[in-house]
Design a protein around this ligand. Sequence first.
Ligand code: DX5
Ligand code: ZN
Length: 219
Amino acid sequence: MSKTLIAPSILAADFANLQRDIEMVNESEADWFHIDIMDGVFVPNISFGMPVLEAISKHAKKTIDVHLMIVDPDRYINTFAALGATILTVHYEACTHLHRTLQAIKSAGMQAGVALNPHTPVSLLEDTIQDIDLVCMMSVNPGFGGQSFIENTYHKVKTLKQLITAKGASTKIEIDGGVTSKNAQQLKEAGADVLVAGSFVFRSENPTKTISELKKLTS
Ligand code: DX5
Ligand code: ZN
């Protein structure tokens, strides 16, 4: 089995010391930067937008994984490509023409991700899974960091893994929300390829060590 990737969520970083926190991630065993963009419409919270992402991109030396929690994401695909996103994830629930959106993300030179809210069944991806590079499985309701992990996620990850295998797709499974050292191993065993961790990393005493701990637990 391949090593699980760890993606610290910058939403939980100290925004007054953003460069310091980005450099901590650069120098850690983390694999990706997870960037949460919220519009206050799709989710009941506003995080940060383009100027902040531009500042992050300037310092980040690892894959930039952008999670859009916004309505009508098609409007901003080219903007996020120009800002340095490697992976652009849109919500299934925010896309009327998901297939078209996925093609547009790829044409802009990025990998295409689809996020599923906790209530959205995996089966809805049956006809698009081969076009999806990453499924971001929400293990909390999107909008806030620091929430508790929803246990039904394990079941959804297994179902998704089966779908990916059955269709011969190479889609990665990312888990987002409430990830800690308590659930990391079980998530890997269920089929997760990428674990996003916000509060668990940045609220810990030694974030670099916490990242190593997550990495060890899942290798
Ligand atoms: C939630 C965001 C998550 C969040 C994870 O809407 O998509 O990426 O930052 O934070 P924690 O790890 O604190 O649950
Ligand atoms: Zn996220």
